[in-house]
Design a protein around this ligand. Structure first.
Ligand code: C5P
Ligand code: C5P
Ligand code: ZN
Length: 488
């Protein structure tokens, strides 16, 4: 269902209410607490709110959390902030927030599914309240951006950060004849704002990072979604692959970028990669994920990883996942000096880590265990829990022949808990799957916490319960799909 102007206006009205409360607290000179999620969308959302507050002369402090749990909420409650703004988090944990923060002033700017009532003294801005799909029509950063826009019209120059948030959450699920991966829904109007503000350029092309500026083999090797075993992360092999196709990597002594290739060369490259993926056992449509809208951030320096909005999200995810979330927020707020330099190194380490785990999973077929209704990757003792989320996201796209959701898990160090990350593709959502609901119900049964979106959800549960938990998830997925089929 397309998102209507009326729906966006209704969401904007809620955003204005949040903005008014923020303005009141700024006038009083209050220090506002902002609490956000650790991934690219969460960091972009925090950057948007942070920058908007700075522009108004507001004071704030920031907390970036892997997830909302008792510990996080207890800390906030103990600090007694005059106003707390949750971005890209909060909607799924209203029970916890209302139990511990019911007499606090709280604003939630989120796009996660919600199950309980919002306490009357909270302001809760969430697309689901207006029939807008939070899993693909607008991100947490998108909601934060609407509030920034309500605070001051000139904040439309921050729209590009909301585009980054949406791409970070893989909301580019709108396909048309010219390509598979595009933003749509409410994100479309945010893209328009960013283009009008002169920060963004959109073109349909092959989706390798740095299409304007980077040598082609580098651009291909740096792209990991979908993951191309033997090419992703491996510049030499990527160069050899080009050579095998007779595509010249250089013009004279200058490297060619993707934009320098002729249409014919691009077609050749695409179909060779598609064949290559099929030869590695992947489904024939996985390669389609290589075509779509390229979102170029025109104010960023060419050659840097910030120029391509999708690569920007990789940098943000890297800082968040490698315990350097502060760097990511600083970059969103405009730092292109020391923090950017440090984040570049963090990103290299992150790429190496992710590539290592993806290679590990795809190396041996038995590492992807098939149950009746789900696939399971037991990453325990191998995959670092901190990067379970991006690993499961990339796997779900790369292994899209699956037709079943994928569940990846690993132990959380120093705790008797495991982190679980689940992903599914569009066809399953259309058949009625809601992973957020499945993980919430299953984790509650085993005294854990879980939730999220229909196609992407997570949970933390006690280590000892992982086997029965997986079994239950398998059953719940089956039941949900069967019931949806009966109801249709
Ligand atoms: O908390 P938040 O909404 O920001 O996180 C969403 C997570 O789900 C991201 O890590 C994103 O990459 C992932 N996702 C996905 N596939 C989708 C939607 C989201 O992997 N279709
Ligand atoms: O952690 P992961 O990226 O797999 O989470 C996917 C989605 O589920 C994210 O949007 C995240 O915020 C959400 N989630 C949640 N509750 C949890 C874990 C994750 O709502 N306990
Ligand atoms: Zn999000």
């Amino acid at each position: 269902m397309p998102v209507t102007k009326k729906q966006i206006a209704a969401l904007m009205k809620d955003a204005s209410e949040a903005a008014n409360l923020i303005l009141k607290h700024i006038e009083k000179g209050d220090v506002i607490h902002v609490s956000s999620h650790i991934d690219a969308d969460g960091l972009a959302a925090a950057g948007i709110i942070g920058k908007s507050l700075v522009r108004l002369g507001g004071k704030f402090r920031l907390r970036i959390a892997k997830w909302v749990d008792e510990k996080v909420v207890d800390q906030i409650a103990a600090e007694k902030p005059p106003l707390t703004i949750f971005t890209d988090s909060g909607s799924g944990y209203l029970d916890l927030l209302s139990e511990k923060l019911s007499n606090h002033s709280v604003i939630i700017l989120d796009h996660h599914q919600t199950v309980t009532e919002t306490p009357s003294n909270f302001i809760h801005v969430n697309p689901h309240f207006h029939g807008i799909d939070g899993s693909r029509d607008i991100s947490g950063a998108g909601v934060a951006y609407l509030v920034a826009k309500a605070l001051n019209k000139t904040n439309t120059d921050l729209a590009y950060l909301a585009v980054i948030g949406a791409l970070g959450d893989m909301q580019d699920k709108y396909a048309d004849k010219s390509g598979q991966r595009k933003l749509g829904g409410a994100n479309e109007s945010i893209v328009e704002d960013a283009v009008k503000a002169g920060c963004l350029n959109v073109e349909t092309d092959l989706l390798f990072f740095g299409r304007e500026t980077r040598p082609i083999h580098q651009a291909i090797a740096r792209t990991t979604n979908p993951f191309i075993p033997g090419i992703s992360g491996e510049e030499d092999k990527s160069l050899a692959f080009l050579a095998s196709l007779g595509i010249k990597p250089k013009q004279g002594d200058k490297w060619r970028a993707l934009r320098d290739l002729s249409e014919e060369e691009k077609k050749k490259l695409f179909s060779a990669l598609a064949d290559y993926l099929v030869s590695k056992g992947f489904a024939s449509d996985v390669a389609l994920n290589l075509i779509g809208n390229v979102y170029t951030l025109t104010r960023e320096e060419p050659w840097t990883p910030l120029r391509d909005a999708r690569e920007f999200t990789v940098m943000l995810n890297a800082t968040g996942r490698m315990d350097k979330a502060g760097l990511g927020v600083a970059i969103c707020m405009g730092d292109r000096g020391k923090c950017f330099e440090e984040a570049t190194a963090v990103m290299q380490e992150y790429r190496r880590t992710i590539t290592k785990y993806l290679s590990w999973v795809t190396e041996k077929p038995e590492r992807l265990e098939e149950l009746e209704s789900i696939y399971v990757v037991r990453g325990d003792g191998v995959i670092d829990e901190k990067v379970i989320s991006p690993v499961s996201s990339i796997l779900s796209i790369t292994l899209s022949k699956l037709g079943k959701p994928i569940i990846v898990y690993s132990a959380i160090s120093g705790e008797d808990m495991v982190k679980v990350s689940a992903r599914a593709l569009e066809p399953l959502r259309k058949r009625g799957l809601n992973l957020g609901e499945v993980l919430r119900v299953a984790s509650e049964k085993y005294s854990g916490r879980g939730g999220g979106h229909d196609v992407a959800a997570g949970a933390q549960i006690p280590v000892k319960d992982i086997e029965p938990f997986i079994k239950l998830v398998n059953q719940l997925v089956k039941k949900q799909l069967e019931e949806a089929q009966l109801g249709s």
